[in-house]
Design a protein around this ligand. Structure first.
Ligand code: HEC
Length: 99
């Protein structure tokens, strides 16, 4: 029993360290996208639920994307109160890479 406890404590410590490491180089845009955007846009940006556009073919610039993510447009709710500016930046960058 003791052994199991020690092992699980070790696992928790290792896990939280790994998590911290992943966050150091800045925000993971893919993670933000997965948490906030896939319900309408889908994992690859092509789902198109609720009338959303295919993000892979969007010609919008980074700044236009950031503005829409922050303020919303049509059926898309603005996420400016939910996401931090660096998260908006990271997720906008991520949508630029979708094909
Ligand atoms: C509630 C559903 C919904 C969610 C959640 C959502 N979107 Fe949207 N998104 C839409 C809809 C609908 C449009 C089309 C708006 C219009 O043109 O009227 C859109 C448009 C966009 C556009 C503009 C595409 C173009 O070329 O017109 C971008 C970029 C975008 N969304 C990114 C995101 C990102 C990034 C997230 C997550 C942070 C997100 N969206 C979350 C529904 C959603």
């Amino acid at each position: 029993m003791k052994k199991i406890l020690i092992l699980s404590a070790f696992a928790i410590i290792t896990f939280s360290c790994a998590d911290k490491k992943a966050k150091t180089p800045g925000v993971d845009g893919r993670k933000v996208f997965k948490q906030n955007c896939v319900v309408c846009h889908g994992l690859d940006g092509k789902l198109g639920a609720n009338g959303s556009k295919d993000l892979g073919v969007s010609k919008m610039s980074l700044d236009e994307r950031k503005a829409i993510i922050k303020n919303g447009k049509g059926a898309m709710v603005g996420l400016g109160t939910l996401l931090k500016p660096d998260e908006i930046e990271a997720v906008a960058q991520y949508t630029l890479k979708l094909k």
